[in-house]
Write a protein that binds this ligand. Structure first.
Ligand SMILES: Cc1ncc(COP(=O)(O)O)c(C=O)c1O
Length: 360
């Protein structure tokens, strides 16, 4: 008799970007640069590091399960009620909690293809059915996604900007999508890269929550705030939806160091601005360098660029790794000719371009 549930067998374990130390160990190289997981190349805010240093003395105690201080500060920052916020061990955990809380067996979730892989996994864990809708011009096709919604649909996931493409859907597109789909469907806007957005036609999804719609907006401290290793993200939704999600939340799901670091990072405007500016400058540099090399790419609203190598990218990734540059090949997303590169510091970006020139 098989012990594992059938639907679990349909899930492939998630393969994250390789850690720097692992690559260095395997290839016998030093000073590898990781541009594979869309982390902040500037590191964490120094204020977050200091806050953690002070909190270290208290790691014998369980964390505050309600994340009181962080929640209060974030509610003020977002201009929402404290009851509208839930924290997760990364926004990954909130995606899982959404599926656990709302998805009955056999119900459907509309997801773009390719989009962030964790949505599909969370849906499969609950024995739900992912309805995959192809991107159009590398962007969520909200018209087609709206058409894929039927009476079995419980959830829609929209990564905005999308990972791995870096593209965004606009306020207008979201507006007409929201007008068309039934009120009962829960729409999850995953805005992990929100703080990098510069366009003013980006949708204001929290307004839908204020107007009582079944919307959950996800954001994270892993990207611009530079705290990916601490695992802390958050969801914003109507109070009743948050209450329901709290029924499945592990009592101490965000740890005490993550909470104090996130609070300090939220307040460190200077670090956020520097991060944004490094990203902008790095993106311009990479666009120009790629143009010069006649390599095409998808213009990005986030802190990474999807690059079309027009040839199988797996081997090129391996060769880049030997040059000390870790990037992600996009085969798992069905984009075998593409790599996704996180925008690094000026020095890292130059190193990447030089290595790319050598291996291509
Ligand atoms: C679109 C998207 N959502 C969520 C996440 C997960 O973020 P977290 O570190 O908060 O779990 C990522 C991470 O790469 C992402 O790209």
């Amino acid at each position: 008799m098989k012990l594992v549930r059938e639907n679990i067998l349909e899930i492939e374990p998630y393969q994250p970007g390789k850690p720097i130390k692992e690559v260095e160990r395997e290839l016998g190289i030093k000073e590898a640069v990781k541009m594979a997981s869309n982390e902040n190349p500037l590191g964490p805010s120094p204020r977050a590091v200091e806050a953690m240093r002070e909190a270290l003395r208290e790691v014998n105690l369980y964390p505050d399960g309600s994340a009181y201080y962080l929640k209060r500060a974030l509610a003020e920052h977002l201009n929402v009620g404290e009851g509208n916020i839930i924290f997760g061990n990364g926004s990954d955990e909130i995606i899982r909690m959404i599926a656990e809380t709302f998805l009955n067996e056999g119900e459907e979730a509309v997801i773009a293809q390719p989009a962030f892989i964790i949505y599909r996994m969370a849906v499969k864990v609950m024995n739900g059915k992912p309805q995959l809708v192809n991107l159009r011009n590398f962007t969520h096709d909200l018209v087609a996604m709206g058409e894929a919604v039927n009476e079995k649909t419980k959830l829609v996931f929209i990564a905005n900007p999308n990972n791995p493409t870096g593209t965004m859907v606009t306020h207008e597109e979201v507006h007409s999508f929201m007008n068309k789909i039934p009120e009962e469907v829960i729409v999850v806007f995953d805005e992990a890269y929100y703080e990098y957005i510069t366009r003013d036609d980006f949708p204001r999804t929290i307004d839908y929550i204020r107007h009582g719609r079944n919307v959950i907006t996800l954001r994270t401290f892993s990207k611009i705030y530079g705290l990916a290793g601490l695992r802390i993200g958050y969801g914003i939704a109507r109070e009743d939806l948050i209450k329901d999600m709290n029924r499945v939340r592990q009592p101490f799901n965000t740890n005490c160091l993550a909470q104090v670091a996130a609070l300090a990072a939220l307040k460190d405007k200077e670090h956020i601005e520097r991060s944004r500016s490094i990203n902008r400058g790095g993106k311009d540099f990479l666009y120009r360098a790629l143009d010069k090399l006649k390599i095409s790419y998808i213009p990005s609203e986030a802190n990474f660029i999807l690059i079309d190598l027009r040839q199988e990218a797996g081997g090129i990734c391996q060769n880049l790794m030997r040059e000390g540059i870790i990037v992600r090949s996009m085969g798992i997303y069905g984009l075998g000719n593409f790599i996704r590169v996180t925008i690094g510091t000026a020095e890292q970006n130059e190193k990447f371009i030089k290595a790319l020139e050598r291996v291509i």
